[in-house]
Ligand binder design. Structure first.
Ligand code: SAH
Length: 420
């Protein structure tokens, strides 16, 4: 029986690592080496398109021929990613002669180093060796990953960590506060990003929008201060000032504040204003993008915002200001003359003047239209119509905000009966 491996985390930044082979194994192994900033030398007569993309981007150096022993001169580690045992044995011998650790994809018993099954989550890397059984390593790794994703507070740092990346430490204590602007996605709680979910579970204070999926808030840990931004009095403009004040005040007191916003924070979300307010007060801010309803709501109704040979553009526009208002920043007459997909957010109230303006400037009344209310939630409703009739159809169906209006040929491109 072979001895147990000795686990290590290698700091490979700038160090030469040779990968021999250009197929599927090398394609899978190279990204982690690049992530560790290794100086990767890839030795193989032919390589996969994914590896070629790394070469073209200048991320690694490709030696386009078969292995020669002096390829290992100056290397710290070699990964053998070929399955010819004779050739692999020659590489092992060359590595041993130079005292370089050698990972063997073809024969782990012949290797002097094993790569573990790995999962990464936030600042934590979990590496699992399965006692010689790679499948066991993968199932243990998967179990740990599930545990981390369902209990992200396990990742909280227990001590202040000067110099750690700004989105890894937990709030509270004597650490300086900070704010994360997190996109919560369009409505389905599963459509938040992994990073958004992790930061949410680390928050001391959560300032949430009306459109944020309620179930996400249901899972916050006990003791979190939840500020419901939609309940802040004073009316629209003062409300934003008040939200900015809460963010700055709590963060200045040392809290980790998550500002949770529907969809993406920067799509009609006033995320920029909140970032500026925090910056002006010297509060560090992280922004975590979200799945925006402008793309997800059409998708949830079976509508791709682009489709080959149908639409090569999509335009997202706010309809909250009527087209004839002096406050309007949208050139509706120009939009009427675009061929592609038009996605209108906050457009129900002004749908009639919007559609008549588009018609008046030449967009065909037969242009397919769809309105998706409360997309990706259990309450989702979809009304399909045409530009000429959609305003009446919305009234007849009694649709209410939040809803996304989609105009363009993509609306009828996919057959909804073929969708699950
Ligand atoms: N930042 C958000 C948009 C905020 S503006 C995002 O990226 O999605 C608010 C508008 O978004 C609503 O009036 C509506 O037009 C749209 N919206 C947000 N969530 C929606 C949902 N689940 N279904 C339909 N429309 C939605």
């Amino acid at each position: 029986m072979s001895a147990n491996p000795y686990p290590l985390g290698l700091q490979l930044a700038g160090l030469r690592v040779v990968v021999v082979g250009g197929g599927a194994v090398a394609t899978r192994r190279v990204p982690a080496l690049l992530d560790a900033h290794a100086n990767v030398q890839l030795v193989a007569p032919e390589i996969t398109p994914a590896l070629r993309a790394h070469v073209d981007a200048g991320r690694l150096h490709w030696v386009p021929r078969r292995f020669a022993p002096d390829d290992l001169d100056g290397a710290w580690l070699v990964q053998v990613a070929i399955d010819d045992p004779v050739a692999a044995g020659a590489i092992s011998a060359a590595a041993a002669a130079r005292r370089i650790f050698c990972v063997r994809a073809d024969d782990r018993t012949a290797a002097t180093a094993w790569t573990p099954a790995v999962t990464r989550y936030g600042p934590v890397t979990v590496a699992v060796h399965g006692g010689g059984d790679p499948r066991r390593a993968v199932s243990v790794r998967d179990a740990v990953r599930t545990l981390l994703r369902s209990t992200p507070r396990l990742l909280e740092s227990q001590h202040a960590q000067p110099g750690s990346s700004p989105d890894v430490s937990a709030g509270g204590g004597d650490r300086p506060g900070r704010v994360a602007l997190v996109g919560a996605g369009p409505g389905d709680p599963e459509l938040i990003t992994l990073r958004g979910w992790r930061l949410l579970s680390e928050a001391d204070v959560v300032v949430a929008d009306r459109l944020v999926p309620g179930l996400l808030l249901d899972e916050l840990r006990a003791g979190v201060e939840l500020v419901d931004a939609s309940k802040i009095p004073y009316g629209p403009s003062r409300t934003q000032e008040e939200i900015n004040r809460v963010l700055v005040e709590r963060a200045s007191a040392g809290a980790f504040v998550v500002r949770l916003k529907g969809g993406d924070p920067y799509v009609f979300g006033r995320g920029g204003e909140e970032l500026l307010a925090c910056a002006a007060a010297g509060v560090p801010v992280t922004v975590v993008p979200g799945v925006t309803s402008s793309i997800a709501a059409p998708a949830a109704a079976g509508i791709p915002v682009t489709h080959r040979s149908v639409a090569h553009e999509f335009t997202v526009v706010s309809g909250h200001v009527a087209p004839d208002s002096p406050d309007s920043l949208v050139r509706w007459e120009a939009l009427a003359n675009l061929r592609g997909t038009l996605v209108i957010l906050m457009g129900l109230k002004n749908l009639r003047p919007i559609t008549s303006t588009l018609l008046a400037h030449g967009r065909a009344s037969t242009t397919p239209a769809a309105v998706v209310q409360e997309a990706t939630t259990g309450a989702q409703r979809v009304v399909r119509s045409t530009l000429g009739e959609v305003a009446d159809a919305v009234t007849a169906a009694g649709l209410r905000p939040p809803a996304v209006v989609v105009l363009g040929d993509v609306v009828t491109t996919l057959d909804p009966t073929t969708l699950l």
